[in-house]
Structures are given as structure tokens and as C-alpha cells.
Design a protein around this ligand. Structure first.
Ligand code: 1VU
Length: 303
């Protein structure tokens, strides 16, 4: 193929990739699309628990998966609520970060097995996965730095949820386990695709095929866990420790933090040419902006 032909081919691939991302976001944002509507009705039929969102003045939001009677398993209504909460975060211009945690000292035990039994046919299963994939993709693409705070267990879909965050922190007794194989399943909420990108395909294969328990040491060793908090789950101040760790990445004004996250997302997801274009555009939003002018006036030395 000629150089021009190869370049044209790359351009077509790039446009295809961008169209796919936009299409995915459109599907995710659509509240009127037929098949998505039918799975919404089915999910709504399995109530219980809640997804709580607390936006703090510090610019850190806390998203809590709460269904303590079922170890924070995701009921159908919680899946719908998660989408709403992610939507609220997408438009939070003052925000810098979001911490995803579970209630009552444990993270999340995956999907509610009662709901799973009731929609145990491939069609509904795939629709549920499509719904959760869209929500978790939007969570990962938020212009906020995200962190899963794993106290206790993150199992099945709970383990998948941790991969939809930029960072994972664990208490010393925390466990992440992709138990899907033990359930005759594979991840379906996008957890396998994201896991491969975080730890590489060799490690992902080991974790999924062996349904291996990832404790803090193992997690750090393979790059799944970013930090271990030296406290146990349910000790009370775990969230404060998590916020403290996160604070090193969110100093400065929200527009700058959001710009940082945007260039990382485009670098992570787009082909190079497209990522470079996005980077230029994002740069244009901060260049000559208040934080930039203030820094220039101070003539800082970065020693
Ligand atoms: C997307 C694909 C998926 O996520 S598939 C789902 C994968 N998750 C699972 O299979 C988790 C199964 N549960 C367990 O292994 C255990 O309950 C774990 C989480 C380890 C907790 O054990 P343990 O501390 O002994 O408590 P327990 O078993 O008595 O549980 C307390 C109550 O919670 C419930 N629970 C737990 N997980 C779920 C779940 N995923 N769906 C529905 N209910 C769940 C238990 O049934 C138990 O309820 P009950 O007190 O017996 O009424």
C-alpha cells in the first residue's frame, strides 16, 4: 500500500473509532431507545438498595453502593440509579474526583443473584450487560479522577465496577475476585476488556480463568491495586484515608483537573492522530485561562 493509501486507511479507521465512541455515548444517553426501554422495565421490577451520591465542597463526590442486607449486591433498580448518578456527575462542573465505595464495610458482591435468576436468558442477559457496559463506560470517561475504595469484598460485578475507576485502593483485608467462572459466566459489564488494559492479557487470563482472589499484595504486584490503606474494613475512617491519598492528585482548580483527565481519556481510547487533536482542543480550554495567568504572574520555580 502507498504511504497516501495507508494514511487514508488510518484516517478511515480513526473516524470509525470516533463514530463508535460517539455512538456508544448516544446509546448510553438515550432514554427512549426501544430495547434499552424494555430492559429498564425488567430491571425496575427488581428493587432494593440504593446508589447514594454526595457531592462535597472539596470537589470530591462519594458514590456509595448500598444494599447491606445483600453485601451491596446490585438490584435492578440500583443499576438504573447508577446510571442517573453518573449522569449527575457528568454535568458537575465544580467536581474534581469521585470515590466509589460500598456501604457498611464491604464493597459489592456483584449482581443480585435473585434478579439474575429472573432474567436468566441470553437475550435479557445481553441487554442487562449492554446497559451496565454503557453506564460503566460513562463512569470511566467522567472528567473526574475516579477511585474505587475497596473495603471487604469486591466480587463478580463488584470486581468489574472497580475496573471502571482510574485508581483502586484497598484496605488491608480487602479482596477483589472475578468469581464469574465459578458461576459458569464471564464478565459482561466490560470488566474483562478493562482488566486486560489495566494488568495485561496474561494477568487478566490468570485472574479470570483461576477466579483468583486478589489481596492487597497480589493486587499491587500485578498493578491492579494502586495503594493499600493500613486499616481494616469498617474501621470508620477509611473514607478519610482514601480522600487523603486522592488529595495529592486534585490540588488546583476543577477545570484544570478535568482537563488532565480528558487528555488521559483521549490518549487511552483514541488512535494517536485523534488523541492529538483532542489534546490540542483541551489545551485551548486552559491556555490563557485564570489558573494559567495566575501561575504566570507568580513566576513559579518547579524545584
Ligand atoms: C455480573 C455477574 C455477577 O456479579 S454474578 C454474582 C457474583 N457474586 C456472588 O456470587 C456472590 C455470592 N455471595 C457470596 O459469595 C457470599 O454471600 C459473600 C459475598 C462472600 C459474603 O459471605 P458471608 O459474609 O458469609 O455472608 P452471607 O453469605 O451470609 O451473605 C449475607 C447475605 O447477603 C446475601 N448475598 C450476598 N451476595 C449476594 C448476591 N450477589 N446477590 C444476592 N444476595 C447476596 C446472602 O444471600 C445473604 O443473605 P441471607 O442473609 O441469607 O438472606
Amino acid at each position: 500500500m502507498s504511504v497516501c493509501g495507508a494514511a487514508r486507511c488510518r484516517l478511515i479507521q480513526t473516524r470509525g473509532a470516533v463514530r463508535r465512541i460517539l455512538q456508544q455515548n448516544r446509546t448510553a444517553c438515550s432514554h427512549t431507545n426501544g430495547p434499552a426501554e424494555s430492559i429498564r422495565e425488567k430491571l425496575q421490577a427488581f428493587p432494593g438498595g440504593s446508589i447514594e451520591l454526595q457531592k462535597q465542597e472539596t470537589g470530591i463526590a462519594v458514590l456509595t453502593v448500598s444494599n447491606p442486607a445483600r453485601m451491596n449486591a446490585f438490584s435492578g433498580s440500583m443499576m438504573l440509579e447508577l446510571e442517573q448518578r453518573v449522569h449527575e456527575l457528568e454535568t458537575w462542573t465544580e467536581g474534581k474526583a469521585v470515590i466509589v465505595q460500598g456501604a457498611a464495610g464491604t464493597f459489592c458482591s456483584g449482581s443480585d443473584l435473585n434478579a439474575v435468576r429472573a432474567i436468566a436468558n441470553p437475550h435479557d442477559g445481553m441487554k442487562m450487560c449492554e446497559f451496565m457496559q454503557n453506564t460503566l463506560t460513562r463512569l470511566l470517561r467522567l472528567p473526574l479522577i475516579s477511585m474505587a475504595l475497596v473495603e471487604g469484598r469486591a466480587l463478580g460485578g463488584g470486581a468489574e465496577l472497580t475496573t471502571a475507576c482510574d485508581f483502586r485502593l484497598m484496605t488491608s483485608d480487602g479482596v477483589i475476585q472475578f468469581v464469574h467462572k465459578h458461576m459458569g459466566l464471564v464478565p459482561g459489564w466490560g470488566g474483562a476488556a478493562r482488566l486486560v488494559r489495566i494488568v495485561g492479557s496474561q494477568n487478566a487470563l490468570k485472574l479470570l480463568s483461576g477466579a483468583k482472589k486478589v489481596d492487597p499484595d497480589f493486587g499491587k504486584q500485578m498493578g491492579l491495586v494502586d495503594e493499600v490503606l493500613h486499616c481494616s474494613s469498617g474501621e470508620g475512617d477509611t473514607l478519610a484515608h482514601g480522600e487523603q491519598w486522592l488529595s495529592q492528585f486534585i490540588k488546583g482548580p476543577a477545570p484544570v483537573i478535568q482537563a488532565v483527565k480528558k487528555v488521559v481519556i483521549s490518549g487511552r481510547e483514541l488512535p494517536l492522530e485523534q488523541a492529538l487533536e483532542t489534546e490540542r482542543n483541551v489545551f485551548g480550554t486552559v491556555w490563557g485561562g485564570p489558573a494559567n495567568l495566575e501561575a504566570l504572574a507568580l513566576k513559579p520555580k518547579h524545584k
